[in-house]
Design a protein around this ligand. Structure first.
Ligand code: GLA
Length: 401
C-alpha cells in the first residue's frame, strides 16, 4: 500500500512539474518583435500601428502571429506589491488594453523580461519574482514570453529557465516560452522540455558578412550566425526550436541579402520573427517576408532543420527534408561576386542520417520549383545549372512526382 501511495505521489508531482506547455509551437513561431528597429522606443500607438499593418500587409495571412514587445515596456520600478507595471507614459492605458487591441486583430501578444535582477536595458528583472510575473502575464493575456539573460550574476541557467517555465505552466495559460541566453549554456542539450525555442547565439545585426562593432561588443552578421548553427540540428523539432535570432530583413541589407537571410532561416526551421518597421517596408521586403513557398519550407510539419550538404568555392548547398518525400534546396553564395552552380541530381542518392530521409533522383523524379522566381524549372532528370549573384541564394522546392 505504502509503495502504491509513493508511486502515485511521484506521478502526481511529475505532473505538477510538467514544464512548458506541450502542443505549442509545433512549427517554428512566426511574428514580429520590436527590438531590432525600435529598441526601447516603443509605445501603445506603435503597437496598434504594427498590429494593423500585420493584418493589412498580408503578414498575418502568411502566418505571422505573435506581436512581441521586447525590452523597454516596463516602468523603472515595480509597484509597492512587487508587481510589474507598464511604463505609464508609453502605455497610458496599461498593458491589458494593448493586449486586447492585438487580440482584436486576430493576433497573439508577447512580452519580454529577463532571468536576472534587471533586463539588459536596466528595467526590473524577474529574478525572485518568477511566479508573480507569470501571473502578471496570464492576467494580461500574454501568449508569448521572451526571457533574456542579462544581470544574472552567475546563477544556473538550467535552473533559472526551468523555474520560469514552471511558473508559466502553473498559470494554466498556454504561453510560448522563448529562451534568450545566447547559447551560452548549451540550452539545446537540456531545454527540450523547458522552452519552445532557445537562442543559439549572441545578437544579430543588420550586416550580412562579419560582425558589427557595438562599442563594447560585436553583434553578429547573418553568415556568422549561420556558421554557428553547425551541429545543432539534431536538437530541434516540433515544440522545441533552435533560434538563430530575429530577422533583419528590411533593416538595411541589400535585396539579395534579405532574400538569402530569409531563405536560410527557412532552411534552418528557424522562428521567423520579423524585426523591421512594417509601416514603412518596401514592396521588395514585404514580398520576401510573405513568400508563401519559402514560408512553407520553414513551417514544414516534419520540423527537420536543414543541413549543409556541400561547400564548393563560395557556394554552400543546403538541403532540408520536407513532408511527402519532398525536399528544399538552397544554394547560398557567400561571396560578393556572381558564381555559377551545377547540381547533377542523378549522381548519387543523398541520405540524411539524422532524419533518415533520402533524396534519391536515381530512382525518383522530382519536379523543381524555383521559389523566388516562382517558376518550375524542369525536373531532376537534368542537371540544374544557374548563376547566383553575390550574397544571394537560389531556393528550390523538389517535389516528388
Ligand atoms: C539582449 C537580447 C536581444 C534584446 C535585448 C534587449 O541583447 O539578446 O534580443 O532582447 O537584450 O535589451
Amino acid at each position: 500500500m505504502k509503495k502504491i501511495t509513493l508511486f502515485l505521489l511521484i506521478i502526481c508531482s511529475l505532473q505538477v512539474h510538467a514544464q512548458k506547455v506541450q502542443g505549442l509551437a509545433l512549427t517554428p513561431p512566426m511574428g514580429w518583435n520590436s527590438w531590432n528597429t525600435f529598441q526601447t522606443n516603443i509605445n501603445e500607438q506603435l503597437v496598434k500601428d504594427i498590429a494593423d499593418v500585420m493584418v493589412s500587409s498580408g503578414m498575418k495571412d502568411a502566418g505571422y502571429e505573435y506581436l512581441v514587445l521586447d525590452d523597454g515596456w516596463m516602468a523603472m520600478q515595480r509597484d509597492k506589491n512587487g508587481n510589474l507595471i507598464a511604463d505609464p507614459k508609453k502605455f497610458p492605458h496599461g498593458m491589458k488594453a494593448v493586449a486586447d487591441y492585438v487580440h482584436s486583430k486576430g493576433l497573439k501578444f508577447g512580452l519580454y523580461n529577463c532571468a536576472g535582477t534587471k533586463t539588459c536595458a536596466g528595467y526590473p528583472g524577474t529574478r525572485g519574482y518568477e511566479y508573480q510575473d507569470a501571473r502578471y502575464y496570464a492576467a494580461h493575456e500574454v501568449d508569448y514570453l521572451k526571457f533574456d539573460w542579462c544581470n544574472t550574476e552567475g546563477i544556473n541557467a538550467k535552473e533559472a529557465y526551468t523555474t520560469m517555465s514552471k511558473a508559466l505552466a502553473a498559470t494554466g495559460r498556454p504561453i510560448v516560452f522563448s529562451m534568450c541566453e545566447w547559447g551560452q549554456n548549451k540550452p539545446w542539450e537540456w531545454a527540450e522540455n523547458v522552452g519552445h525555442l532557445w537562442r543559439t547565439t549572441g545578437d544579430i545585426s543588420n550586416v550580412f558578412a562579419g560582425t558589427k562593432d557595438m562599442g563594447t561588443w560585436h553583434a553578429l552578421g547573418v553568415l556568422k550566425i549561420i556558421d554557428l548553427q553547425k551541429g545543432l540540428r539534431k536538437y530541434a523539432g516540433p515544440g522545441h526550436w533552435n533560434d538563430p535570432d530575429m530577422l533583419e530583413v528590411g533593416n538595411g541589407l541589400t535585396e539579395a541579402e534579405n532574400r538569402a537571410h530569409f531563405s536560410m532561416w527557412c532552411m534552418l526551421a528557424a522562428p521567423l520573427i520579423a524585426g523591421n518597421d512594417l509601416r514603412k517596408m518596401s514592396n521588395a521586403t514585404k514580398n520576401i517576408l510573405i513568400n508563401k513557398d519559402a514560408i512553407a519550407v520553414d513551417q514544414d510539419k516534419l520540423g527537420i532543420e536543414g543541413f549543409a550538404y556541400k561547400e564548393k568555392d563560395s557556394v554552400e548547398t543546403w538541403l532540408k527534408p520536407l513532408e511527402n518525400g519532398n525536399w528544399a534546396v538552397c544554394f547560398l553564395n557567400r561571396s560578393t561576386k556572381p558564381v555559377s552552380v551545377e547540381m547533377n541530381w542523378e549522381e548519387k542518392p543523398i541520405y540524411d542520417y539524422f532524419s533518415k530521409a533520402i533524396l534519391d533522383a536515381t530512382k525518383n523524379t522530382y519536379q523543381i520549383f524555383n521559389i523566388w522566381e516562382k517558376r518550375v524549372e524542369g525536373n531532376t532528370r537534368h542537371s540544374f545549372k544557374a548563376t547566383i549573384n553575390g550574397h544571394d541564394v537560389i531556393l528550390l522546392q523538389l517535389k516528388k512526382v
